[in-house]
Design a protein around this ligand. Structure first.
Ligand SMILES: NC(=O)c1ccc[n+]([C@@H]2O[C@H](COP(=O)([O-])OP(=O)(O)OC[C@H]3O[C@@H](n4cnc5c(N)ncnc54)[C@H](O)[C@@H]3O)[C@@H](O)[C@H]2O)c1
Length: 389
């Protein structure tokens, strides 16, 4: 029987859920909750769901099996715990919470109520990243020695709600974007980060929050990882892989287009939810283009006997015989793979991949990056868990 799933937070991130449900089997998207009446009306019309003005009212629906929490970061813990206490399985957006103590409360609520908790939707679920993990786990290239992942995007130029650019409320790239890169590095590097040294910068004159960082992660077993993020939008790293991942010449300058639109007063917070900002960022020339595989910057893995990086169809493997390629299944949009894993763990009562302990370990790295940047010192980590793959 299909699992009935509801969504808390009918905003930008939440839109991935109905799309993914339509691409997979085993779920019915039946309900949603949001404080905004216009958000509720839009979702009710578009998806025919029942809507509520609070997470508590949503969770009072007896027939509901699971809840996807996609509200702003400061509400993740409270909304997830409300759903877990109501006996619903929960998938929560990254970052899992803003504090490690909140992560512990979420983990305890899941255990006490015997329901599953998954921290979802980071780019570590991208098929090429998963394929790299498969190659590593096969042992054919020996042990991983280092992971390098970089992303240059126009993150700070997109229309932003006040909370998204307030570090104290989980805003800025260390909370909002680092979980993607930390999950990628932990998945590929084994999961167990021992220490972090990082520097994060606040260089945007318009937004007083972190817009960039460089971080060095030291893993158990002498594996290291570097994480680089720049969200100012002058350079977009998709340019590196124009003909490779995007299958043709990509019109350059998404950051430039957003900057011009911002200067012309065309970007306000509503343009984000309506999709206008995405159209401006993509540009007319790119309207029908989509990468064949999802892409979140360049990730290169060095191993004892070879190296890996993303290709247009999957992953390039470099070893003593030269370069070969392993392909991935066609990309069907975000969140689908996570939903499949979520359903499998619930219906077969299996351990949840990227459970609360995994999400807490990733948050610990993000918090250590901020702390290291503030006090200029290396941070030792205490709550890491191994990669489940
Ligand atoms: N994984 C990804 O790629 C990705 C992409 C975008 C957003 N996100 C995540 O999704 C979450 C939401 O971000 P967003 O960009 O969609 O923000 P958003 O502002 O577009 O949407 C959040 C929605 O939550 C609603 N909301 C706020 N407080 C509420 C409450 N107390 N009860 C019910 N509804 C409430 C708002 O009205 C809004 O509709 C964040 O955690 C963000 O990190 C993840």
């Amino acid at each position: 029987m299909n699992l009935k799933i509801g969504l808390v937070g009918l905003g930008t991130g939440g839109r991935s859920l109905p799309l993914a449900v339509s691409k997979t089997t085993g779920f019915d998207f039946v309900a949603g909750a949001d404080l905004r009446a216009e958000g509720r009306a839009l979702y009710a019309k578009e998806f025919g769901i029942e809507t509520f003005d609070s997470v508590e009212a949503l969770c009072a629906m007896k027939a509901l099996d699971a809840v996807y929490v996609a509200t702003p970061n400061p509400f993740h813990a409270g909304h997830a715990i409300a759903a877990l206490q109501a006996g619903k399985h929960v998938m929560v957006e990254k970052p899992m919470a803003l504090t490690l103590a909140d992560c512990d409360r979420m983990i305890a609520a899941a255990e006490k109520n015997r329901v599953k908790l998954m921290v979802a939707h980071t780019r570590s679920w991208n098929a090429p990243i998963r394929k790299m993990r498969e190659v590593i786990s096969s042992g054919r290239l020996g042990r991983v020695t280092q992971v390098h992942t970089i992303r240059y995007s126009p993150w700070l130029l997109r229309p932003r709600e006040p909370m998204e650019i307030d570090t104290a409320l989980g805003g800025g790239v260390c909370y909002r974007q680092a979980p993607h890169q930390v999950d990628i590095a932990r998945l590929l590097g084994g999961g167990l980060v021992e220490s972090v040294r990082a520097h994060a910068g606040r260089w945007s004159p318009d937004n007083d929050t972190e817009g960039n960082y460089s971080a060095l992660l030291q893993f158990q077993g002498s594996v290291s990882a570097t994480l680089i993020y720049d969200g100012y939008g002058y350079f977009d790293d998709r340019e590196f892989i124009e003909g490779d991942v995007f299958g043709g010449d990509r019109q350059s300058g998404p950051g430039q287009r957003l900057r011009q639109a911002r200067a012309a007063g065309q970007l306000d917070k509503n343009t984000s939810r309506s999709g206008v900002a995405f159209d401006i960022e993509r540009g007319d020339g790119d309207a029908n283009r989509r990468p064949r595989q999802p892409f979140f910057g360049i990730t290169i893995v060095s191993c004892e006997r070879g190296a890996l990086r993303q290709s247009s169809e999957g992953v390039f493997i470099y070893d003593e015989r030269g370069r070969s390629e392993v392909t991935c299944d066609k990309w069907d949009g975000p969140l689908k793979v996570e939903l499949d894993e979520f359903r499998r763990a619930i219906t077969q009562d299996l351990p949840m991949p990227h459970d609360g302990h995994w999400g807490k370990a990733t948050l610990e790295v993000c918090l250590a990056m901020l702390q290291s940047s503030r006090d200029g010192r290396e941070q030792q980590l205490l709550h890491q868990v191994a990669s489940p793959y």
